[in-house]
Ligand binder design. Structure first.
Ligand code: PD2
Ligand code: ZN
Length: 307
């Protein structure tokens, strides 16, 4: 389905792409971001536009705007309605400290960039090179194909939107994990107890994670089983464990932002504010790895203690 290495040859809207179109339209991805993702994957703009609009239904034929997160969360028909009003997410202060260097538990972390809408912060030096290698080596032989939460059922499905393998670590599993979790909690300024276990993910060549939201769509029946443990996800920290020679950026299509994977660096993004609103601009993905491989470690944090 993805033939980027073929140079000028355009990919085909095959069954896998149709599945991707259906899933992302139902999840509340915007029309523009989906067209952008398809053109980045090598489709001509008119082909991408036609395929995406078809996935959203006839009412979107001449629209380029998209459903809100709330509309998408309502699912089915409502997800197909074009957005008529701008989203109203209120950007209150993120909990992360101000300044260009943040002392996070046992390490000084540098701030490379901050974006206000959506709230994104790029860091360098969150982990040392040795810590990155250690996390890769201890994970390498324990990887399992990654899953995605099915918003309707809450079950974890293996789908082609996410071509990676991963492993979850228990919170406080051993002294290294515990120390990294304390550092991450200090950097995110959010309690260790509210964090899910660390997850290490590996993407091989062409591996990717198509644009999605990390929060659980509030009105989807499958979300309840997840939010029962600690409430909604509030923010994410993706830490890069290796340098990716080409591709593999974390992309925010709504913001036109991409963050390159540099060893020890990280990207933070926050999608739930103090009023419990969810920010649709945090649509994000892992771009296809075009050369080499990609290792990341992810921390998702909840509203309350994650038990
Ligand atoms: O691999 C990434 O860069 C990435 C980006 C966004 C991974 C995830 N989200 C995720 O695992 O949720
Ligand atoms: Zn994500």
């Amino acid at each position: 389905m993805f033939h980027r290495s073929a140079g000028t040859r355009m990919p085909v809207v095959d069954a896998a792409w149709h599945e991707w179109l259906r899933t992302n339209a139902a999840r509340g991805c915007t029309i523009d971001s989906m067209i952008e993702a398809m053109t980045q994957a090598g489709f001509a703009a008119d082909v991408a536009g036609e395929a995406v609009r078809a996935a959203f239904g006839p009412s979107t034929a001449s629209e380029t705007s998209a459903p809100t997160a709330a509309a998408s969360a309502a699912g089915g028909t409502e997800a197909a309605l074009p957005q008529k009003t701008p989203h109203t997410y209120r950007y209150d202060d993120a909990p992360v400290a101000h300044g260009n260097t943040i002392h996070a538990h046992d390490r000084d972390v540098q701030v490379l960039a901050r974006c206000e809408r959506p709230q994104v912060i790029v860091f360098a030096n969150v982990l040392s090179a040795q810590e990155c290698s250690e996390m890769i080596e201890r994970s390498r032989h324990r990887l399992k194909r990654s899953t995605t939460v099915n918003p309707a059922t809450g079950q974890e499905d293996v789908i082609r939107n996410r071509t990676s393998e991963g492993i979850w670590y228990q919170r406080g599993e051993d002294p290294l994990i515990e120390r990294l979790e304390q550092r991450i909690a200090s950097l995110m300024n959010w309690p260790v107890e509210n964090g899910e276990g660390l997850q290490v993910l590996h993407y091989g060549p062409t591996g990717e994670y198509r644009p999605h939201y990390d929060y659980f769509p509030p009105d989807q029946p499958g979300s309840a089983v997840h939010t029962a443990r600690g409430g909604q996800r509030v923010a994410t920290l993706v830490i890069y464990l290796n340098d990716v020679p080409e591709g593999g950026e974390t992309i925010f299509p709504e913001a036109g932002l991409s963050v390159a994977a540099n060893r020890g660096g990280a990207v933070y993004f926050r999608y739930m504010n103090g009023q419990r609103q969810l920010d649709p601009l945090t649509l994000h993905g892992g771009a296809p790895v075009l050369a080499g491989e990609k290792w990341i470690m992810t921390k998702w944090v909840r509203e309350r203690a994650y038990v």
